[in-house]
Design a protein around this ligand. Structure first.
Ligand code: PLP
Length: 358
């Protein structure tokens, strides 16, 4: 077995040698013009990818920190969280731990978030912030943003909308400005196809203004502090410069591929994987219409011996997912995002077939 099997887990995802090499640039000072040039190039690329003019912050930590940034800079009255899997549940816990009034719109795992359900709870008037996970990585459920955007614009224009797109950003088309998303966040180890330890978010002007009116939000995640340095095209503290060189490289690759082509590739790979699963007598774990475009979560109706498959796939130098948390053994996921191209996916599924056929 290769000691570094190729990753088909939903993060960290496969990082090819070319991306690793791009991160090996000599270091530069983070208070220099060359740093500001680098940051400015990255920001323009991310804004293009997210179809936004919003400010984009680059943060040198896992995305979990950005859950806190979103919440601490926005909630005054209360936050409504949708919970339809493990990550959305954790985000709600973070908000509670931060001492906020938290409402939960609770779903069975596998279900998607609907505008009707959100409307029912927001109509209580108890919340000034709405937080949701776009792509629930634990269950492979993608909740369409369009109907929620329509609802918020029509009935709750003052509600601040926070979206976790950790496993969808750079893999699924998200038009931030058209949808009106105030805070969109992700880390780099999923569809961005970079190593873990770096995150980014887009922040609307009204959220920047609102953050200014909120006391006691700490320092590290204070949007006001980020803004102060953003004006100089700098980060508040010393960032992970290798990640920034990596992002610069990955953005170039993304635009070489073309945005529309990139979204299509993810949709095509998702369809291919879903069909592969159905052809094998399995079913899909997510509710119909909410299947993720970056991760396919397969319900193990055929009772495959997942541990045995995992062992054989490892011998062939592939790292599979065996199901998240309580789903282990009952459902498992195949990630097809970021650097996983059609040929990589087909290679993986062919080897998977070989393993199944003994
Ligand atoms: N949100 C979602 C949807 C995730 O899938 C994950 C990690 O898998 C996180 C948040 C946390 O990201 P990080 O590990 O970068 O903090």
């Amino acid at each position: 077995m290769n000691s570094f099997p190729k990753l088909f887990i939903p993060g960290p995802t496969h990082v090819p040698e070319s991306v690793m090499q791009s991160m090996l640039s000599p270091q530069i000072g983070h208070r220099t013009p060359e740093f500001s040039d680098l940051m400015s190039e990255i920001i323009s690329g991310v804004q293009k990818l997210l179809y936004t003019n919003n400010h984009v912050y680059l943060t040198s930590h896992a995305a979990t920190g950005l859950w806190e940034m979103g919440i601490q800079n926005s909630v005054k009255k209360g936050v409504l969280h949708t919970v339809n899997g493990s990550f959305s549940s954790k985000w709600a816990t973070v908000s509670k731990e931060c001492g906020h009034e938290v409402g939960i719109l609770d779903y069975e795992w596998g279900k998607g978030v609907t505008a009707e359900d959100v409307d029912e709870l927001l109509s209580s008037g108890k919340y000034d912030v709405f937080a949701m996970v776009h792509n629930e990585t634990s269950t492979g459920v993608l909740s369409p943003l369009e109907p929620i955007s329509k609802l918020l614009k029509a009935k709750y224009p003052d509600i601040i909308w926070l979206v976790d797109s950790v496993s969808s950003m750079a893999g699924v088309k998200i038009e931030v400005d058209r949808l009106g998303i105030d805070f969109l966040m992700a880390s780099t180890q999923k569809a961005w196809g970079l190593p873990a330890g770096f995150s980014l978010c887009s922040v609307s002007n009204r959220l920047i203004e609102l953050a200014d009116t909120i006391d006691r939000k700490g320092y590290f995640f204070d949007i006001g502090v980020y803004e102060k340095y953003y004006k100089k095209m700098q980060t508040p503290s010393t960032p992970s410069i290798p990640h920034m060189f990596g992002l610069k490289y990955v953005l170039k690759e993304i635009f070489k591929e073309g945005l529309e082509q990139r979204w299509k590739r993810h949709i095509d790979n998702a369809k291919y994987t879903r069909n592969w699963a159905l052809d094998h007598g399995q079913s899909l774990f997510p509710e119909k219409g909410f299947e993720s475009e970056t991760i396919t979560c397969i319900q193990n109706d055929m009772n495959w011996d997942i541990e045995k498959i995992n062992k054989f796939l490892l011998e062939r130098s592939f790292r599979m997912d065996r199901g998240y948390g309580k789903l282990r053994g009952k459902a498992f996921r195949i990630a097809h995002m970021g650097n996983v191209k059609e040929l990589d996916l087909k290679e993986y599924l062919n080897v998977f077939d070989e393993v199944l056929n003994g």
